[in-house]
Every structure is written in C-alpha cells, then in structure tokens.
Design a protein around this ligand. Structure first.
Ligand code: 5GP
Length: 119
C-alpha cells in the first residue's frame, strides 16, 4: 500500500507508553494486551512492535524471524489466557472492507464462549 504509517495511532501510543494498556506478554518483537472493549470473555490483541499498517504490509515487509515470533506469540498468549482446552478464534482485519479501525497491524484473540459463525 502507498498509505503512510500514522505514528499517532492508538497502538503506536501504547507501544511508546503514552497511554496505558493491560499487558499480557511482551518480547523483542511483539506486545500483547487486553482489548479495551472486549467482544468475548477473553479478548486480547497481539501487535508487532515495528510499524506495519496491516496484515498485508506485515506479510510483505516483516523479517522471517519477526513473523515466526508473532505467530508463536499468538498461540502462547492464547494458552496463557487459558484458551487451550476450550479453543479460540484469531482474526485480523485488513483495510476498508474489513472494518479495521486501528491502522497498526493487530491480531485479535477471542475465546471463553462459543464464538458462532462470525460473531
Ligand atoms: P480493529 O477494528 O482495528 O480490527 O480493532 C481495533 C480494536 O482495538 C478494537 O477491538 C478496539 O476495542 C481496540 N482498541 C481501540 N482503542 C484501544 C485502546 O486504547 N486500548 C486497547 N487496549 N484497545 C483498544
């Protein structure tokens, strides 16, 4: 995409610790925290520390070790949050038609209830 990363987006501010979050896990590449408006009993977000607007940009531009770290962090966080047995959903909204609101790539992890088809 030719769109430029907005360093004032809310997740950039969280990464700079300008606004607080309920952190769950962090390593060199990723930060995981609880969603401020949970849509399920467990609703976490995992974000890369580097500035990618969307899943598409992350997939194109991130280094292989960053993609591996991110993928493993999502599963690790789900397990830490107690979702291994009941299961969980991972979703990333990318771009206009998806309804993506925050223009910093993030993966939603939702669980703790039966999730239904898309809700
Ligand atoms: P999107 O619609 O972009 O896929 O999802 C953005 C998510 O970020 C939403 O689920 C929303 O509740 C969450 N969110 C927005 N602002 C904040 C915030 O300041 N703190 C946290 N923890 N989550 C936020």
């Amino acid at each position: 995409s030719h769109t430029k990363y907005d360093p004032q987006n809310v997740f950039a501010k969280i990464l700079r610790k300008e606004i607080p979050c309920k952190a769950i896990y962090e390593n060199d590449f990723v930060l995981a925290f609880h969603d401020i408006a949970p849509q399920a009993p467990v609703h976490a977000l995992v974000i890369p520390k580097n500035p990618y607007i969307s899943y598409a940009e992350f997939a194109e531009r991130a280094a292989p070790e960053e993609i591996v770290a991110f993928t493993k962090a999502v599963a690790f966080v789900a397990k830490e949050l107690g979702l291994s047995e009941g299961g969980y959903r991972v979703i990333s909204n990318t771009g206009k038609d998806s309804g993506q609101e925050v223009p910093h790539f993030h993966m939603h992890i939702m669980g703790g209830r039966p999730m239904g088809f898309m809700g």
